[in-house]
Design a binder for this molecule. Structure first.
Ligand code: VG1
Ligand code: CO
Length: 540
């Protein structure tokens, strides 16, 4: 045995955010920084001792080194068996699925999602619990508390046998199983969907489907599904080779960061359906075509369309029971839930709140405005699942993306939606939040009700407060919150929404429709005076 107890001192910046601990790579390279956090998790989750642990990440810079350290610490902390994706790769949904399938006590997911990678980029580590869900708020609170009092960590100083090839090995008393990162997730997809029906439809008419993996983790998954299982040509998967720096890009599937893909899609003579995923494979973007131009499906609409057409998806055909959306996500989903006669839950931002509702059997489908959608097949959002859900619905209805959206709006009306992001200093972000809290005390701004969103988890009873501020007009809403995934300064997110009933024109320009709401939100929050910025840095 060569297990060492290493003396350490706490760091005061290890509070997990919306989805784990995210910091610049250089911070994680600070001696003991990663080890302290990992030990804080081992100390907070006693079932890891003698249990199984899943490890894998999105392949970004520092992925392998972090995996090596975690394996040596797992061996020293009495983990019985580690299951790790080959090359330490696992998409976020694939990791969540493995945790559940292997009855593991938890898993370390090494990812900063869509944040840029490379030596000057970001790294992240997220702990998911038994069943695969993100650590709930009460556990992340415990881990944070532990990180502030930690005095030593345990690590083996033996050389780690590595994870470059599939197979089994041992480190101290611990078994290491290196597994194919793709196979189990693809099997799961094959159980959720009718691949034959999708294959027949895609081959039946000369329509072009393209998927952009953005040089991130979904490349190998997409190739297996679209090329090997669905028989499409190799060039259907763009940028399919995972790279440690994502080729210098920002792997976030939205019209802003995936602009190059939008243009490439538009240039395809027959491009009819486009899709993309993010760094760790949990987000998705769906594109269609209208009058020759790329049409981006709003993630809020995407969720509502899937709910309205859930009967086309084999795994959901027997009913949804309930659905959920994060609070800033538009209320398009609520309209569908009402028609289906099922509850629609409104949760704070972050998948951990959905995981609890999924575990409690309250819901079967959920999503966020930030291009995240998933069902009860796994306890994370799942980019490829959402893409396959769209393909299955389009195949079953034999429609184009634009036709399906038009049909949806003609039934439910349209909830125009946009997110405005402001890059601010921490002080500026705080000032805006303080201004909004004075409006909550007043209860209104120019006769528009203003409130603060607090949430009590119906399953655990755990309460979280101040998850955002909301301003309501007759048919519209503005939501304000600070991002919990950024690594520098503060990002203020303002979510704008305006409902247009079905009998009105639902193909209007989104920016024009939302302009009155934007102006009202901006005045209410005194944005220009408090931040010096009349307009957002980025609109998505
Ligand atoms: C953002 C999104 C949120 C999402 C989170 C993690 O959080 O708004 O909806 O769950 O990222 O997504 P925030 O706190 O920055 O707004 V991912 O793809 O990074 O795991
Ligand atoms: Co992600």
């Amino acid at each position: 045995m060569s297990i060492k107890d290493v003396a350490t001192t706490p760091f005061d910046d290890q509070k997990p955010g919306t989805a784990g601990l995210r910091k610049p790579v250089s911070r994680f390279q600070t001696p003991h920084y990663l080890e302290n956090f990992v030990q804080a998790v081992f100390d907070s989750v006693p079932s890891l001792k003698g249990g199984r642990l899943v490890v894998g990440g999105d392949g970004r810079y520092f992925n392998d080194q972090a995996a090596d350290t975690i394996l040596r610490m797992a061996a020293a902390n009495g983990v019985e068996q580690v299951i790790i994706g080959c090359q330490a790769l696992l998409s976020t949904p694939a990791a969540a699925h493995l945790i559940a399938q292997e009855s593991a006590a938890g898993g370390f997911l090494l990812t900063a999602s869509h944040n840029p990678g490379g030596p000057d980029g970001d790294f992240g580590i997220k702990f998911n619990i038994a069943g695969g869900g993100q650590a709930p708020a009460e556990l992340t609170d415990r881990i944070h508390t532990r990180s502030r009092e930690i005095r030593q960590y345990h690590i083996s100083d033996q050389t780690c046998p590595g994870f470059a090839e599939i197979g089994e090995s041992r480190l101290e008393d611990m078994m290491i199983r290196v597994v194919d990162p793709v196979a189990e997730h693809v099997n799961l997809m094959a159980r959720c969907f009718d691949f034959d029906a999708i294959r027949d439809w895609l081959h039946n008419k000369p329509r072009r489907f393209v998927f952009d993996a953005m040089h991130a983790v979904t490349g190998p998954y997409a190739r297996e599904i679209f090329v090997h299982q669905l028989g499409l040509s190799e060039d259907v998967v763009r940028n399919g080779q995972p790279k440690p720096d994502f080729n210098g890009s920002h792997p976030d599937p939205n019209p802003h960061d995936a602009h190059a893909f939008l243009e490439a899609f538009q240039a395809l003579p027959e491009g009819e359906i486009g899709a993309a995923s993010d760094g760790d494979g949990d987000r998705n973007m769906i594109l269609g075509r209208q009058n020759g131009r790329a049409l981006v499906v709003s993630p809020c609409d995407s969720l509502a369309v899937i709910a309205a057409n859930h009967h086309c998806i084999p795994a959901l055909a027997d009913g949804l029971k309930g659905v959920a959306r994060s609070m800033p996500t538009s209320r398009a989903l609520d309209r569908v839930a009402q028609e289906l006669g099922i509850p629609c839950h409104e949760t704070p931002t972050g998948w951990r709140f959905f995981a609890s509702l999924l575990d409690g059997g309250y819901i079967r489908l959920c999503g966020e405005e930030s291009f995240g959608t998933s069902s009860d097949h796994v306890r994370e959002k799942d980019g490829l699942w959402a893409v396959l859900a769209w393909l299955q619905i389009l195949a079953s209805r034999d429609m184009t993306v634009a036709e399906l959206l038009d049909e949806h709006w003609s039934r439910f009306g349209r909830d125009y939606f946009a997110r405005h992001d402001f890059n601010l200093s921490i002080e500026q972000g705080q000032a805006v939040m303080e201004r909004l809290s004075t409006l909550v005390e007043a209860g209104e701004y120019r006769d528009c009700p203003v409130d603060r969103f607090d949430y009590t988890d119906p399953v655990s009873g755990h309460r979280v407060e101040a998850q955002g501020y909301r301003l309501f007009t007759d048919n519209g809403r503005a939501v304000f919150r600070l991002s919990g995934t950024g690594t520098r300064g503060a990002t203020l997110r303002i979510y704008l929404e305006q409902h247009m009933p079905a009998q009105e024109d639902c193909r209007q320009d989104m920016v024009t429709v939302l302009e009155p709401m934007r102006a009202l939100a901006s005045e209410a929050a005194q944005l220009e005076a408090l931040t010096g910025k009349p307009r957002a840095d980025q609109v998505i």
